[in-house]
Design a protein around this ligand. Structure first.
Ligand SMILES: NC(=O)c1ccc[n+]([C@@H]2O[C@H](COP(=O)([O-])OP(=O)(O)OC[C@H]3O[C@@H](n4cnc5c(N)ncnc54)[C@H](O)[C@@H]3O)[C@@H](O)[C@H]2O)c1
Length: 420
């Protein structure tokens, strides 16, 4: 079969699936399938609420169809699965959406189809969990009636420098021939090139450790920042000095939310535990990063008055994205509200409706002067629109900059500046 002239079905059109579908549509006919009717409706109207793809690009994507109609994805030869892989309340992997996607694909594939997974998983999921579901639903055998690939997504939403095409794509497949075909498909869209991992488990593990490593490094710097507070020195001054050494890794302290860095280490820990392998480093980093919101809240609370007017800038889980999943800045705002502080939240990037539904929080416009300003997320709008934060301060206000991005950039008589 010549796979390079076949249609590609992308299952799950979120932060990962949509940019991928759009890029692929420049070379292939692409069907973008999502279970969310609302998502399909907005994409058909050329609106992307994740803000990753602009209207004019969606308008121009002629080879791309959006659908939630299962019959449209039946009997195809290439499927790429990009559905969420979150954790449950008890922090164990929640593979239910991935399993549903496997059932759907298994019921619909053409004989000889390749199913490529981009969702983040723990090592072994593709072969041991996904393959049996597809085999059962399709009545085909792996490497006879269908083939598998795993190619982890490494995009960084909100970052237009490291776009999909500029990040080397790790490729793996269920046999050598299929791996090469998968590589050829991705080579058409990835200008940075592809890297052939030894096998699917290697590619799965590589992705999971990339994010776990980042989590651990941030946890380390967070721990150092807490020590620096006790030493009465700035962690940023310490980092500026330390990073003059060629091999020092310049991570920054802060809140770790979202659905990747704060989630993927639990996937790794889960498989490690199953195999009776230690997870001390991974989980201790996770614990510290998870406790940072409460630590920051307590630190700020020590320095503020109850009857004051507080502004928090930023509610999404990181800068320049509307994504509020597992947002630590939302958690922070809720801590203030629970303790009856008068806090107003401003975030023109996040979707006010979603913020209300997910967290019960109402977003406000900037107005008047505040006793305290908490910069929780350093969205570009603060710089781009030249929002002069100082305009909103009183004579004796304090700015709590959790991001540290405005250190030495905000100066005015009597205004106090605090960072981790
Ligand atoms: N967002 C990131 O920064 C990022 C980066 C790298 C990897 N990842 C990984 O990629 C995967 C997808 O993440 P995301 O951020 O794009 O998720 P997302 O929530 O933005 O999008 C997922 C989409 O899949 C749809 N969906 C869920 N189940 C479905 C099903 N059975 N069939 C069809 N559609 C279905 C949802 O409606 C949603 O639109 C996750 O495993 C994530 O860990 C995410």
């Amino acid at each position: 079969m010549n796979y390079l002239n076949k249609e590609i079905v992308v299952i799950g059109l979120g932060y990962v699936g949509l940019p991928l579908a759009v890029k692929l549509a420049a070379h292939f006919k692409v069907i973008g399938y999502d279970i969310s009717i609302d998502r399909i409706k907005e994409l058909t109207d050329c609106n992307d609420s994740t803000k990753e793809i602009k209207k004019n690009i969606l308008r121009k994507a002629k080879n791309l169809i959006f659908t939630c109609d299962k019959s449209m994805i039946s009997n195809k030869c290439i499927y790429i699965i990009t559905v969420p892989t979150p954790v449950k309340k008890n922090k164990l992997p929640d593979l239910s959406l991935l399993k549903n996607a496997c059932k759907l694909v298994g019921k619909n594939i053409h004989k000889g189809a390749i199913i490529i997974f981009e969702s983040t998983v723990y090592p072994g999921v593709t072969k041991n969990i996904c393959a049996p579901i597809i085999a059962k639903e399709s009545n085909f055998k792996l490497n006879e009636g269908f083939y598998l690939g795993y190619s982890p997504e490494r995009i960084n939403p909100g970052d237009n420098q490291h776009s999909l095409d500029k990040i080397i794509k790790v490729i793996s497949g269920s046999n050598n021939k299929i791996t090469k075909i998968i590589g050829k498909i991705y080579e058409t869209i990835i200008t940075a090139g592809v890297f052939y991992a030894k096998n699917i488990e290697v590619a799965e593990t590589a992705k999971a450790i990339e994010n776990a490593q980042r989590d651990i490094n941030i946890a380390f710097v967070n721990e150092v920042s807490l020590l620096c507070q006790k030493l009465n020195i700035s962690v940023y001054d310490v980092l500026n000095a330390a990073k003059t050494k060629w091999n020092f890794l310049p991570f920054q302290p802060g809140l770790v939310g979202g659905h990747c860095i704060g989630v993927d280490p639990y996937y790794l820990a889960h498989i490690a535990k199953k195999l009776n392998s230690s997870t001390d480093v991974i989980l201790s980093g996770r614990r510290l990063n998870d406790s940072m919101t409460a630590i920051v809240f307590k630190e700020i609370e020590k320095q503020i008055r109850k009857d004051s007017r507080i502004l928090q800038i930023g509610i999404s889980f990181k800068e320049n994205v509307p994504d509020i999943r597992n947002s630590k800045s939302a958690e922070l705002a809720k801590l203030f509200l629970e303790k009856k502080y008068k806090i107003e939240i401003h975030d023109p990037v996040a979707n006010p409706k979603e913020v209300q539904i997910d967290f019960g929080l109402t977003l406000s416009k900037l107005s008047g002067k505040y006793d305290y300003i908490i910069i929780a997320v350093a969205h570009n709008f603060i710089y781009r629109n030249n929002i002069n934060i100082l305009k909103y301060t009183k004579k004796s206000s304090t700015i709590f900059d959790i991001t540290g991005k405005f250190k030495n950039k905000l100066s005015k008589n009597n205004i106090k500046y605090w960072s981790l």
